[in-house]
Design a protein around this ligand. Sequence first.
Ligand SMILES: Cc1cc2nc3c(=O)[nH]c(=O)nc-3n(C[C@H](O)[C@H](O)[C@H](O)COP(=O)(O)OP(=O)(O)OC[C@H]3O[C@@H](n4cnc5c(N)ncnc54)[C@H](O)[C@@H]3O)c2cc1C
Length: 116
Amino acid sequence: MDAEVIVVGAGPTGLMLANELALAGVDALVVERLAERSGQSKALNLQPRSAQILDMRGMLQPLVERAIVSLSRSHFAGLSIDYRPLGENQLGIRQARVEECLETRLISTPLRAGRG
Ligand SMILES: Cc1cc2nc3c(=O)[nH]c(=O)nc-3n(C[C@H](O)[C@H](O)[C@H](O)COP(=O)(O)OP(=O)(O)OC[C@H]3O[C@@H](n4cnc5c(N)ncnc54)[C@H](O)[C@@H]3O)c2cc1C
């Protein structure tokens, strides 16, 4: 494999990292052991700070469109959280949908993605 950086795993972490590298003009290669996405989701929501960062990159709107719900109160690690003072909501969105959006964005950049 010929790349400046090899990102192992096309989950949310790997895909976001690859998007950031692409933005910085780094020649990166993403490898994923699954030939196809399972469609299963461990994460079911997006915390406000994650949404803010994605918004800064112009990547939030497709996620908002795919969100099932927007919550002003929720929990993190079992602790109740009220997001209203932040003026932000937690988005209820399946991890699989987030991965699709991040991958679509990545494919639209001159970065290579590999599976298998
Ligand atoms: C039961 C459960 C519930 C959760 N609920 C929530 C929630 O409600 N909200 C929330 O925000 N988070 C939740 N999480 C956490 C969330 O799922 C993780 O933070 C998120 O999946 C991390 O993303 P990731 O990309 O680091 O890892 P992953 O999603 O695990 O993705 C890793 C990817 O790397 C690939 N891979 C692994 N090893 C290799 C290899 N050697 N070569 C090539 N590819 C490889 C895998 O196939 C996979 O596609 C939950 C987690 C669990 C387990």
